[in-house]
Design a protein around this ligand. Structure first.
Ligand SMILES: Nc1ncnc2c1ncn2[C@@H]1O[C@H](COP(=O)(O)OP(=O)(O)O)[C@@H](O)[C@H]1O
Ligand SMILES: N[C@@H](CCC(=O)OP(=O)(O)O)C(=O)O
Length: 373
């Protein structure tokens, strides 16, 4: 989709960052929020489905509790998030109601999306809300999310939501004009990138972390989000939420912010779910022959092509397949737990039964459960 085709989008995901929503931590920016909601409501009126991913629960909670710096302990963060989320929900509900629309609060943890059944449930609920004409307002469930089950940042969450609802476009509103050649708050001479391919290797080098003390990932997670979103064909716009009429301006195809072009082949739904898995439980180092058949012949990974293993994984968990230079080739759900896999690597599947006393599957990772990176 080129910028001029954005106007034909059927469904979009909009993500708004903490610093923007809370005037740099000074409390909810009700004037800007009213303006963004008015623009989203106008899109709805044109028949475009809108899903909102809103950050800001911790930042708003800090402001309400009078905390000057972001808490460092998990329980303080969780408590601040619980307080702040009340403010977010209220302001969005009030504003959408003024446009005759209903909003719905959806709080997710990564755990909800890593289990295939719960993923499909979350998807059905979101699609039902959209069918009802409701605007889902999504955030991470910070009050219960611990390190193991969290997305960690809402850019990633927004991209996975874009995958889930098969959005045409992900718009990330932040406190910068877009992606610059380097962090402009450190390098004032950095230049704004207007458009760039999601495949461009310069992306990682240009994107840095967050410095505001309010946001989580900076541009690093926005670039990663663009990669994830591209897997379901969605392009990503990163733009300044402070620009007047920003959402409409983007949707009308004007040159604003950075457009990260999704020029990769989209994955089928199940593989997209796999690609969105964030918690890798182990690594398998594969030999050159295995790299070749995985990459070029569309085959499954056999134990015979594996040199070493690391991690602590159970059968069915996600492992990363890396080559001998450490480059990630694929990810997939492994058919044997760590102890058993360790006994069969380098061996032909005809020997599994005599080594293990049973043989589950011929493949260590079946092609259907694998995604190339
Ligand atoms: N190459 C870059 N271009 C623009 N901003 C960058 C870049 N690298 C790092 N950043 C930082 O990313 C920040 C935006 O990310 P973040 O603070 O996480 O915001 P949000 O709360 O909107 O997610 C900017 O304020 C900036 O300091
Ligand atoms: N779930 C957290 C958001 C964390 C986060 O990613 O923030 P941001 O980088 O501002 O999008 C919150 O609501 O505070």
């Amino acid at each position: 989709m080129s910028r001029t085709e954005f106007a034909t989008a059927k469904r979009i995901v909009i993500k708004i960052g903490s610093s923007l929503l809370t005037k740099g931590g000074r409390g909810l920016d009700k004037i800007s929020i009213a303006a963004w909601v008015a623009q989203m409501s106008a899109l709805k009126a044109q028949g475009i489905d809108v899903v909102l991913v809103s950050s800001g629960s911790v930042a708003e909670g800090m402001s309400r509790l009078g905390l000057k710096t972001r808490p460092t302990t998990l329980h303080e963060l969780q408590a601040a998030a619980a307080v702040g989320q009340m403010g977010l929900v209220r302001v969005f509900d009030d504003n959408f109601q003024q446009h005759g629309l209903h909003a719905a609060q959806v709080l997710l943890t990564h755990d909800d999306l890593s289990d295939r059944q719960r993923y499909l449930n979350a998807r059905s609920t979101l699609l039902t809300l959209i069918d009802f004409g409701v605007i889902p307002v999504i955030n991470e469930n910070d009050t219960v999310a611990t390190e193991e089950i969290r997305f960690g940042d809402n850019d990633t969450l927004a991209a996975l939501v874009a995958n889930l609802v098969e959005a045409d476009l992900l718009i990330i509103l932040t406190d910068q004009q877009g992606l610059f050649t380097a962090d402009p708050s450190v390098y004032p001479e950095a230049e704004l990138i207007s458009a760039i391919s999601v495949n461009d290797a310069r992306l990682e080098k240009m994107a840095g972390g967050s410095r505001s003390g309010l946001g989580r990932g900076g541009m690093t997670t926005k670039v990663r989000a663009a990669r994830l979103a591209a897997r379901s064909g969605a392009g990503t716009i990163i733009a300044a939420g402070t620009v007047n009429d920003v959402i409409n301006t983007v949707m009308q195809g004007h040159e604003l912010g950075t457009y990260i072009i999704p020029d990769i082949a989209p994955l089928i739904a199940r593989k997209r779910w796999l690609a969105g898995q964030l918690q890798v439980k182990g690594h398998v180092v594969i030999d050159a022959g295995a790299v070749n058949v995985l990459r070029n012949e569309g085959k499954s990974l056999l134990a015979v092509g594996v040199k070493t293993l690391s991690g602590t994984f159970q059968r069915g968990e996600l492992v990363s397949c890396i080559d001998e230079a450490g480059i990630e080739i694929a990810r997939g759900l492994i058919n044997y737990d760590y102890n058993d896999a360790n006994l069969i690597i380098g061996k032909s599947s005809t020997l599994f039964e005599s080594i293990l006393g049973y043989a589950n599957d011929e493949e260590l990772i079946h092609r259907d459960n694998m995604v190339l990176m």
